[in-house]
Write a protein that binds this ligand. Structure first.
Ligand code: 0L1
Ligand code: MG
Length: 232
């Protein structure tokens, strides 16, 4: 186990931040595996994968031209309409996404989703290798009602609302041009996707900080909505 994986895990379990920006990391996905293994050793199970940096805006911001990916575990799941406990969080943000349900290595259903990202790096300041090692900031997710896959999901309107006010809006086109492309990338990167796993395709807009007591909702045209409420 590398000292960095242990430090990231300690930051996760104690809700404290690590200064980022200067770590030499030979193999960031190997550190990510260790970070996830520590969660699995505490009894969590893998329930899917997530893609990150799927929008051109986020890629430009990080100076990269390819996506990153990480693991989802059962402990990250928040029921639709459920509570995001802010106690064990550092500086959680929510972003509107689309989720896919896996069956036989293919897409079986689609749903509106929220991802909660909570970087273990101070002020969300990290290098690409550092955010990969940190399991791509994965911290939580909400999946709305599963829907049959419509003929096209490449330009569905997306709104992110906080306490009923629209704070971000965009289109699923921001997710690699088509969220199904994100599913294909997830399959390629993970090598295999198991039945009933969830694939979070990536954010359609910028993420917003979640404050105490706030209700955050995603609406995806034609797919419905999903929400969470932050603890006070
Ligand atoms: O899911 C994401 O796109 C987040 C990837 C990591 C970058 C961040 O924490 O903003
Ligand atoms: Mg995301």
């Amino acid at each position: 186990m590398t000292p960095l994986a242990l430090a990231l895990d300690n930051a996760l379990t104690t809700a404290t931040e690590l200064p980022g920006g200067g770590h030499e990391i030979a193999d960031p996905y190997a550190v990510q595996r260790e970070v996830v293994d520590l969660r699995l050793a505490r009894g969590e199970t893998r329930v899917g994968v997530k893609l990150g940096l799927t929008s051109k805006a986020k890629m430009r911001q990080m100076g990269v031209d390819s996506v990153i990916w990480g693991w989802l575990t059962d402990a990250m799941r928040i029921e639709d309409g459920g509570v995001l406990d802010l106690g064990p969080r550092i500086h959680p943000k929510a972003e509107p996404e689309v989720a896919f349900l896996v069956r036989d290595g293919a897409i079986a259903a689609v749903a509106p989703a929220l991802e909660v990202i909570d970087s273990r790096w101070l002020d969300f300041k990290f290098t690409l290798d550092e955010v990969i090692a940190d399991n791509t900031s994965a911290a939580g997710f909400v999946v709305g009602p599963w829907q049959p896959v419509p003929p096209a999901v490449d330009d569905l309107g997306v709104r992110l609302l906080v306490d009923g006010e629209v704070v971000e809006s965009g289109s699923t086109a921001a997710i690699l041009g088509d969220p199904r492309a994100a599913f294909a990338e997830a399959l390629r990167l993970a090598g295999t996707l198991e039945d009933d796993w969830i694939v979070l395709a990536g954010a359609a807009t910028a993420a917003v900080l979640v404050g105490p007591g706030q209700t955050v909702r995603v609406e995806v045209a034609g797919l419905g909505s999903a929400s969470l409420k932050a603890s006070s």
